[in-house]
Write a protein that binds this ligand. Sequence first.
Ligand SMILES: *Cc1c(COP(=O)(O)O)cnc(C)c1O
Length: 340
Amino acid sequence: MNTKFIDLRSDTITVPGQGMLEYMFNAKVGDDVWEEDETVKELEFELAKLFSKEAGLFCPSGTMANQIAIRVHTKMGDEVICDELSHIYNYEGGGLASNSGVSPKLIKGNFGRISVDQITDSINPDDPHFSRTSLVCLENTVNKGGGVCYEYKDMQSISEFCINKRLKLHLDGARVFNALVSRSDSSYDYGKLFDSLSICMSKGLGAPIGSILLGDINFIHEAKRIRKSFGGGMRQVGYLAAAAQYALKYNIERLSEDHRRAKEISDCLANLNFVQNMRPVETNIVLFDINKNINDFNQFLMKNSIKASFMGVNTVRFVTHLNFTDSDLEKLLIVLRALN
Ligand SMILES: *Cc1c(COP(=O)(O)O)cnc(C)c1O
């Protein structure tokens, strides 16, 4: 028998449903390297407007969008301030060094959220012994921090500080819509805080491929050059942009359901004695440690047709998404309780 797995490894594993596929199928496309793809242009414009930015650039992945932003904002030898949990440092293949020739200044923040005081302490003096500090990167929500969000006012303080210190500020907003929905914040206000933002369409929003990079016209002009040199200029990519348009239209508000289900998972786990160090659950990620052997735990889950992802020796991650239903949730909770 072919059992259906409940796959909670990531919100990237979703596949397009009928509605999204039809949207894609009917997209008007052209050669986007020649700037002739109307659907891509529409999407870039739509997202730029949503985040009060001048322009947008469709990219094949969130990693590329971040790496392009870092390259545009820095010079070789510079230092980039970010949290030690950040995706740009941990999960982008060392691209800071290999793509831009810059190094990270790592901060130990609050589940991946950094503060003005910490940034202040991390800026290098203008002295040839030190690398030049030119960029600060925030991540919201913080993946490796368990999906926690920044308070708007904290990001606002960081933004004002960076303007004052002439530091560029980039947001890795792979899951920024989860943050916006969780905090009921406005995308328009968010956009004003940053020089650039990267946003994934292929995480909780459920599009198959694609991220968008936002910034002012000069920034996007430069970003387009770098995207080409990274091999990210794509041709009739409107099919993917259409999927993103569909996701923006239908899959934002429903993120609150993912958040509710994640909260129910964490409420259940909090009562189980093999669970430790539960990270605060604010969005669609549930991150916790276990005092059992992690391979045994994984085997137990797999036997019950559940997939989780594992980060480190005893850390488990569940990520809820649009292919995870209430009946899946019910089954998961029964399986977890059985293990107690
Ligand atoms: C997934 C993710 C990215 C990168 O996205 P890819 O499309 O997988 O390259 C960047 N930042 C964060 C926080 C992410 O979770």
